[in-house]
Design a binder for this molecule. Structure first.
Ligand SMILES: CCCCC/C=C\C/C=C\C/C=C\C/C=C\CCCC(=O)SCCNC(=O)CCNC(=O)[C@H](O)C(C)(C)COP(=O)(O)OP(=O)(O)OC[C@H]1O[C@@H](n2cnc3c(N)ncnc32)[C@H](O)[C@@H]1OP(=O)(O)O
Length: 249
């Protein structure tokens, strides 16, 4: 099942008349969430860049963990057959939607320039290098994150806000897979040990409980070999209708 993407005329979202607006159709049952960004992205670019693939800035630990999970991913073989695997690599693009009003008219320039926060720097390795994997059998989501030199907080170490961003990204993705579109309502982080800039860390999340519109998720972030605990965190996500978010109601 794939999420249906409706091309709407500009009127309903107050976008420029000549524009084609893409929005998720909430009336359909939630599909696996990661077909959506791909579909969306391909509406705007002939070949969208998938940022979760290795690049020359990835260090040995980032590559080691990537290979460890990627080698356990299902894939299509050269013969066109599907090879089974417990993990799935989640592709990652730098934008979701071309137009969103958010209740206020945003200029065409802002819409055009909007980019996903974690994927907005063209300098490879400078900020957030990461890849996410999901295991549906175990209901586990894993993020491998290499922290770049522009994420400095305390001297030589990663800023707490950048750490929170990565946690939110992993658990937000996990909550979206579990429940469809969600927003972070609450995020609690215990920062246990600072992360040196350039280091690769591993994030592992689990869904603890679903209660109506609410989904409770936990996440721990460790050094790449698992020996040091950097953070442990809990979060609450609440399901939303994307159309409400875009229309500002
Ligand atoms: C954005 C969607 C895009 C979807 C795209 C789809 C696929 C894309 C694929 C993947 C995406 C993957 C990853 C995403 C990456 C990163 C994640 C970034 C996430 C964010 O960066 S997100 C921005 C920051 N986030 C906000 O900007 C939220 C502002 N906020 C609100 O928009 C509302 O506040 C909302 C919606 C949270 C709730 O509003 P609401 O009206 O829907 O619900 P309501 O208030 O009725 O609460 C219902 C029940 O939750 C309880 N509850 C609510 N809030 C609570 C709190 N804080 N503490 C404890 N309990 C709370 C109530 O007590 C009640 O509980 P009960 O039912 O038991 O009474």
């Amino acid at each position: 099942m794939t999420r249906s993407i409706l091309p709407l005329t500009g009127r309903s979202l107050r976008a420029p008349k000549s524009s084609c607006v893409f929005i998720y159709d909430d009336s359909k049952a939630p599909p696996p969430p990661f077909s959506a960004p791909q579909g969306l992205a391909s509406g705007f670019f002939s070949k969208p860049r998938d940022f979760s693939l290795p690049n020359s800035s990835w260090g040995p630990e980032m590559m080691r963990l990537y290979e460890q999970y990627n080698s356990q991913c299902g894939e299509e073989t050269e013969g066109g057959e599907n090879r089974e695997g417990p993990w799935k690599r989640l592709p990652s693009y730098n934008r979701f939607l071309k137009y969103a009003t958010g209740g206020v008219y945003l200029s065409r320039m802002i819409h055009k320039k909007a980019r996903l926060f974690t994927r907005n720097n063209r300098d490879q390795g400078a900020t957030f290098e990461y890849v996410l994997f999901f295991n549906s059998e175990e209901d586990k989501c894993v993020g491998v994150f290499q922290a770049g030199h522009l994420l400095e907080g305390p001297p030589g170490h990663v800023h707490g806000g950048a750490i929170a961003t990565m946690i939110d990204t992993v658990i937000g993705t996990h909550a979206t897979i579990a429940c469809g579109p969600v927003l972070t309502a609450n995020l609690n982080i215990n920062y246990r040990r600072p992360i040196p800039l350039g280091n690769t860390v591993l994030l592992e999340s689990s869904v603890d409980k679903k209660e109506g519109k609410k989904v409770f998720v936990t996440c721990k972030m460790t050094s790449s070999d698992g020996s040091k605990l950097h953070t442990d965190s809990t979060a609450l996500f609440v399901s939303i209708k994307v159309s409400q978010l875009l229309l500002g109601s």
